[in-house]
Design a protein around this ligand. Structure first.
Ligand SMILES: *[C@@H]1O[C@H](CO)[C@@H](O)[C@H](O)[C@H]1NC(C)=O
Ligand SMILES: *[C@@H]1O[C@H](CO)[C@@H](O)[C@H](O)[C@H]1NC(C)=O
Length: 307
């Protein structure tokens, strides 16, 4: 009986040991593979093939090493600011890569207490290889002003904007703009002409620029605007002509009602309606005395009794 118990315990202990052996590196977690950097407009994304384990969630951590670290302190790897135990098989390393030098990048997988080996990018990444695309440009007109709005690509970007009057032998004008997130006045246009605009990005940090965007044109209609203005002014003038006499007449009416009311007042009010008649009424009363109503009947008192 006791022997049987010992045997059972031994068997249980053995099976309990298996997961321990596995977590201690016996069952190796595969490392992520196929590392590459997709970089466009100074946004750098490290991507890799995920470690596929059905029913399990694998987490990834990314580290980098700039030229200084790789040359002088090769054992030093810096954790990426955004990717420590993240789920997606990609990492935005734009904020980690702050210099135009080769960077080494590596990633490993973690599942529970198991971690994979590090997998390193084959070729170091230099941000000067980023793909610069022509900027998205929106142009519009505000009266005679040619207005441009540029895509916001972040603090690295400047824009070289070229604009010209659409006519044979036109001269191109150039302006360097930064995107401040607001439409910018580019030029004042002459009536009856079409103006075209194209732009390219320039990134000082890597000394490279994109291709130019497709030219976009706007046209300022020549005589239409002055004609519209004249028409507007004429209509305004006619309105004033009609409204001014009408309002003068209306004001006259209003004033008449408020200062000289033609309302018929009751007799009692009539007597005291003006100060003048009140004084007169007082004087008459002083001569006639006052008629008082008392309990014993009406009595007339001489005026002196009240003075
Ligand atoms: C790596 O990429 C290649 C093609 O790009 C693909 O055939 C292969 O399956 C990928 N490896 C993994 C482990 O996903
Ligand atoms: C990037 O810079 C390196 C030197 O640091 C240079 O050899 C390489 O040609 C540059 N690449 C591009 C696309 O400008």
């Amino acid at each position: 009986m006791v022997l049987e118990d010992i045997c059972t315990s031994l068997v249980l202990w053995f099976f309990a040991l298996i997961p321990c052996l596995l977590t201690d590196g016996v069952a190796i977690l595969p490392a992520p593979s196929n590392l590459s950097v997709h970089s466009a407009n100074m946004k750098h994304l490290l991507v890799w093939s995920p470690v596929a384990l059905p029913g399990e969630t694998v987490y990834y951590s990314v580290q980098y090493q700039g030229e200084y670290e790789s040359l002088y302190r090769s054992h030093v790897w810096i954790p990426s600011s955004l990717c420590s135990l993240t789920e997606r098989p990609q990492c935005d390393v734009s904020d980690d890569i702050t210099a135009t030098v080769p960077y080494n990048l590596r990633v490993r997988a973690t599942l529970g207490s198991r971690t994979s080996a590090w997998s390193t990018l084959k070729q170091p990444f230099n941000r000067n290889s980023t793909v610069l695309t022509p900027p998205v440009v929106a142009i519009s007109k505000d009266g005679f002003h040619l207005v441009i709005e540029l895509e916001d690509l972040g603090p690295h970007f400047e824009f070289l904007v070229a604009y010209w009057r659409r006519e044979p032998g036109a001269k191109e004008h150039l302006k360097v703009l930064r995107n401040e997130g607001v439409p910018v006045h580019l030029a004042t246009m002459e009536p009856g002409a079409a103006y075209c605009v194209k732009a390219q990005t320039f990134v000082k940090a890597i000394q490279r620029h994109s291709a130019f965007s497709q030219p976009e044109c706007v046209e300022v209609r020549g005589e239409a605007l002055p004609l519209a203005l004249a028409l507007f002014a004429f209509v305004g003038f006619m309105l004033i002509l009609a409204v001014v006499p009408l309002s003068v007449w209306k004001m006259g009416q209003l004033l008449q009602y408020s200062c000289c009311p033609a309302v018929v007042l009751p007799d009692t009010l009539m007597t005291f309606s003006t100060g003048d008649s009140l004084v007169r009424a007082g004087a008459e009363q002083r001569e006639a005395g006052y008629e008082l109503e008392t309990e014993s009947g009406r009595e007339t008192w001489p005026a002196e009794a009240f003075s």
